[in-house]
Write a protein that binds this ligand. Structure first.
Ligand SMILES: Cc1cc2nc3c(=O)[nH]c(=O)nc-3n(C[C@H](O)[C@H](O)[C@H](O)COP(=O)(O)OP(=O)(O)OC[C@H]3O[C@@H](n4cnc5c(N)ncnc54)[C@H](O)[C@@H]3O)c2cc1C
Length: 396
């Protein structure tokens, strides 16, 4: 069997792999991007509710979770949100800022897939879909030998861009993590992230029938705080603030929810008491939250019945404190079937932060979600895919 010769093989035609392939080919490197999927960019197509939140203007190393919080700095500084935006504008894609620096396609995520396909075609990077990689060997004389379903390929550089484990039904695999381990690279613990949090029967019995109710809140865990909506569901809690905190939550941790981030509840309660309010505390809560939620909170915090002017100041203070810092212990997460990303991946200590090349194995690169760099919700993960893809594409 003849062996095809390439200078760069990229495994995985997601955002990171396509960006990297286009950059490598633009430098004149013979490049092929392999993917086992039959269709290009499936994850991009389902992203951002079908409109792909393709970057975030606020992306910086602090908006990512990694064992080394400084690792992403270099790549993010050398290929910024503005750099990706310049490509978007070059292709004439209409976009809009939804909120908090999040940029979305105005019409469809398909436009981003098309943009990447064109970038690859113009630079000469070949995209080969429906191709399985059976094995990867390191050659004594340098480079790698790949056995694929479409024949053998010898390459100088191998870029692994096979993504994380989330949404297995559209082709996510642990191929990249296994390959890293096979070559002796450390992979940090993996977990679903940007995902709903599940709770035990106790919580569900108390709050399960609030399913569908959402409330503006501040959610904290391990020193990180996010202010957005939380949503009660039939399995626990979801909504943007919960998805964000799931990136920082580890089993056994409590999360803390401030249900009234804009109000000084203690002063409010004491004030109303001073006015001699004859209202029940429960009814006072219903002025702040919906009646259903107020009812549940009244039960949760064992609110005394009767007019509030009879409730002690101490009890009112305690109640205000509880509502500003409601401590809950999630049981788990919605899992990889629901998660937007995988936390953890190829350890950053194994890679050059400038090029994404393995420090141990010359010519082997890891980019995108397979690396232990995971962004917040809001376009940060694509920005990492582009930036790490460019970093490797300029060097591989
Ligand atoms: C529902 C959902 C919505 C999201 N929305 C957003 C959003 O709006 N904004 C944002 O920034 N992030 C979003 N994300 C996260 C974002 O999609 C990912 O972080 C990003 O796509 C990662 O890019 P990647 O190229 O590293 O990996 P992927 O896009 O996962 O690409 C990996 C590629 O490798 C291929 N592959 C895997 N295993 C093999 C194998 N063994 N052989 C050959 N090929 C293989 C896969 O088929 C895939 O094409 C979302 C994720 C989900 C699940």
């Amino acid at each position: 069997m003849t062996q095809e010769q390439k200078q760069v093989v990229v495994l995985g035609a997601g955002g990171a792999g396509l960006m990297c392939g286009a950059r490598a080919a633009a430098r004149g490197r013979s490049t092929v991007i392999l993917d086992h999927a039959e269709k290009l960019g499936k994850k991009i197509l389902i992203s951002g509710g079908g409109r792909c939140n393709f970057t975030n203007l606020e992306a910086r190393a602090e908006t990512y979770f990694s064992e080394n919080e400084h690792f992403a700095k270099s790549a993010l500084a050398r290929f910024t949100a503005a750099d990706f935006l310049a490509i978007v504008e070059k292709h004439g894609l209409p976009f809009y800022e939804k909120k908090l620096g999040q940029l979305f396609c105005l019409d469809s995520a398909q436009r981003i897939v098309e943009l990447l396909r064109i970038e690859c075609a113009q630079s000469g990077a070949e995209i080969r879909l429906g191709t399985k990689v059976e094995s990867v060997e390191r050659r004594e004389e340098g480079g790698f030998l790949l056995h694929t379903s479409s024949g053998e390929i010898v390459t100088e550089s191998l870029v692994v861009a096979t993504g994380g484990l989330s949404i297995p039904k559209i082709g996510a695999t642990d191929f990249g993590h296994r390959l890293a381990r096979k070559f002796g690279l450390v992979v940090t613990p993996l977990a679903p992230a940007l995902v709903s949090l599940t709770f035990g029967p106790d919580f569900l019995q108390r709050f399960g029938d609030l399913s569908g109710v959402s409330v503006d809140a501040e959610v904290s865990c391990r020193g990180k705080t996010f202010r957005e909506n939380i949503l009660f569901t039939h399995t626990g809690l979801s909504g943007p603030a919960i998805l964000q905190i799931s990136l920082h939550w580890f089993p056994g941790d409590a999360i803390r929810i401030n249900l009234a981030p804009d109000r000084a509840l203690e002063a409010h309660f004491l004030e109303r008491k001073k006015e001699g309010s004859r209202r029940e505390l429960k009814n006072l809560l219903a002025e702040i939250w919906s009646e259903r939620l107020a009812e549940k909170l009244a039960e949760e915090f064992a609110l005394p019945a009767g007019p509030m002017h009879q409730v002690s100041d101490q009890r009112l203070r305690e109640l205000a404190q509880s509502l500003h810092a409601w401590e809950l212990f999630p049981m788990g997460t919605g899992g990889y079937g629901k998660a937007e990303v995988t936390r953890g991946g190829v350890a950053t200590e194994e890679l050059s932060s400038r090029t994404m090349e393995s420090k141990k194995i010359k010519g082997l690169y890891f980019i995108g979600e397979v690396v232990d760099v995971t962004g917040w919700l809001g376009g940060y993960n694509f920005q990492w895919a582009w930036a790490s893809g460019v970093a490797a594409g300029e060097n591989a």
